[in-house]
Design a protein around this ligand. Structure first.
Ligand code: NAD
Length: 496
């Protein structure tokens, strides 16, 4: 019998009868490994109501007690990290080492959230006027919705959930229906860590569940990560309903290689950042911008390395790149390779026939050279193992290319010239910049977010901006009369 994956509501697995279910595949074999319940209005209501009911108690739980739950969750996650990584690989397809890296980055966000007591301190100004003190307090928002994409089924929930609950909120997480098990695993793990019932709920589903959360008056804020059209939709719908929304969208990341760069380092970086996780990363390098005259040499070094890449089942120790997440996504990505050929780009490595037996969703690494800005392989986010090389005549031309792109998630420059790197970090219109680092994902004590069409809203994810997003501040102006002055108010507002 196929496994059933169901919602986690009010501290337990939901046992009702779902109106709809979806298939969850093992992408390496193409087999259906489970069916996931897809929430209807009733389940949305149940999850939000459970979170709303849990809010008053959790909000008033001491900082020390909240931190203890997070420390315990951190300990459990550390102990069970391999199990979680295996779940990610089984449903997403990325290789185990990659999945382990994802869990590690998630874990670091739990560690950050353990510092809530320090992070939630407000300010205090004694004697803003005589006898008058002014201070700020950061309070939770209430029920928070978290909507996550398929490509980091463990890490993206952990970008938000630990920080949201550390701040005293309660959460309804709606993970991707393509690889839902990691979210259920996390909810059970936090329950085992002592999180009270209803504080962290998981609602499985698709657009119906998302729309249910966006329309529910008890949901005060939404953190979304996914493609740009859906991010825009979630942002516009959520804010129109009066909610606080941060919606992180898609990407088209450029890696600029200047003529003085170490080309071996750059080629290694292009291959790992272009094809790691089969290119299904919002920080994947999608376009290498080779500044004259390094193009030919760089393309040759990249293709040499691609020939050695081992594509295979993510569970096999030697595999470096796994399959794509679904058959439909594999077809979509392959159609971009066809489109690139038709548009006249130079196909240097063709991954369309990777020669792997069985029914998995395989596509080999593909490299195009002399890609022009008008081609769909340049304009669209492909989200697969297709790397484009565009040629630029100068640093200025490369910068212009990056800055005229509508996305602004991540970028990198490869150079040995500190001045050029410094100029690039200053001039580039992108939220996260790497200098000789191809995937500059900020550590947990900074915040993650792009610019332009890669982020709707003004708060980045996790880190200090995460705490900012999940709290609202209140400023108290307080006057106590000083008996030594005969109880007479000597201060505010006269001497303010
Ligand atoms: P997606 O936009 O298809 O789905 C994201 C979430 O939205 C899922 O939970 C899904 O169920 C839901 N959803 C899908 N269609 C919907 C609709 N019509 N209405 C309401 N909700 C809907 O994204 P995906 O394919 O799961 O993930 C890949 C995308 O996510 C890529 O574009 C990638 O760049 C982006 N991403 C961005 C970041 C970032 O930090 N900027 C991080 C990871 C992934």
């Amino acid at each position: 019998m196929t496994n059933r994956i169901s919602h986690w509501i009010d501290g337990k697995s939901w046992t009702g009868v779902p109106e709809r279910t979806g298939e969850v595949f093992d992408p390496a074999t193409g087999e259906v490994r489970a069916r996931v319940d897809l929430a209807g209005a009733g389940e949305v209501h149940a999850a939000v109501e459970a979170a709303a009911a849990a809010f008053p108690g959790w909000r008033d739980t001491s900082l020390a007690a909240r931190a203890r739950v997070l420390f315990t969750a951190r300990h459990l996650l550390e102990a069970r990290r391999d199990e979680l990584a295996a779940i990610v690989t089984a449903e997403h397809g990325k290789v185990l080492s990659d999945a382990a890296g994802e869990v590690q980055r998630g874990l670091e966000n739990v560690e950050f959230a353990c510092g809530a007591a320090q992070l939630l301190k407000g300010g205090f100004s004694e004697n803003a006027s005589r006898g008058v003190d002014v201070y700020s307090i950061a309070q939770p928002l209430g029920v928070v919705g978290v909507i996550s994409p398929f490509n980091f089924p463990a890490m993206v929930p952990l970008w938000f959930v630990p920080n949201a609950i550390a701040c005293g909120n309660t959460v309804v997480l709606k993970p991707s229906e393509k690889d839902p098990s990691a979210a259920s695993f996390l909810a059970e793990l936090f329950a085992e860590a002592g999180l009270p019932e209803g504080v962290f709920n998981v609602l499985h589903g698709d657009k119906v569940a998302v729309d249910g959360l966006l329309g529910h008056p008890e949901v005060r804020a939404v953190s979304f990560v996914g493609s740009t059209p859906i991010a825009r939709y979630v942002y516009e719908t959520g804010t129109a309903a009066g909610k606080r929304v941060q919606a992180l969208g898609g990407a088209k990341n450029h890696m600029v290689v200047l003529p003085d760069a170490d080309l071996d380092l750059a080629a290694d970086a292009a291959v790992s950042a272009g094809f790691g996780s089969a290119g299904e990363r919002c920080m994947a390098v999608s376009v290498v911008v080779a500044v004259d005259p390094v193009g030919d040499e760089l393309v040759s070094k990249i293709s040499e390395r691609m020939a050695k890449l081992c594509v295979g089942d993510g569970r096999e120790p030697g595999s470096e790149m796994g399959p794509l997440v679904t058959a439909a996504h594999r077809e979509r990505v392959a159609s971009y390779v066809d489109a690139g050929v038709s548009a006249g780009a130079e196909l240097v490595v063709d991954g369309r026939e990777p020669g792997i037996a069985g029914g998995g969703f395989w596509l080999g690494p593909t490299l195009f050279d002399r890609v022009e800005p008008g081609m769909s392989i340049y304009t669209d986010e492909i989200f697969g193992p297709v790397l484009s090389v565009a040629r630029a005549s100068s640093y200025d031309a490369a910068l212009e290319l990056v800055n005229s792109n509508p996305y602004g998630n991540g970028t990198a420059i490869f150079t040995n010239d500190g001045g050029a790197a410094r100029r690039f970090q200053n001039e580039v219109e992108v939220g996260m910049v790497g200098v000789n680092v191809p995937i500059p994902v900020p550590v947990s004590y900074y915040s993650f977010g792009g610019w332009k069409n890669s982020l709707f809203g003004d708060s980045h994810a996790y880190g200090p901006e995460g705490f900012h997003f999940f709290t609202r501040t209140k400023v108290v102006t307080s006057r106590w009369l000083d008996p030594s002055h005969g109880g007479v108010n000597l201060g505010f507002p006269r001497n303010f």
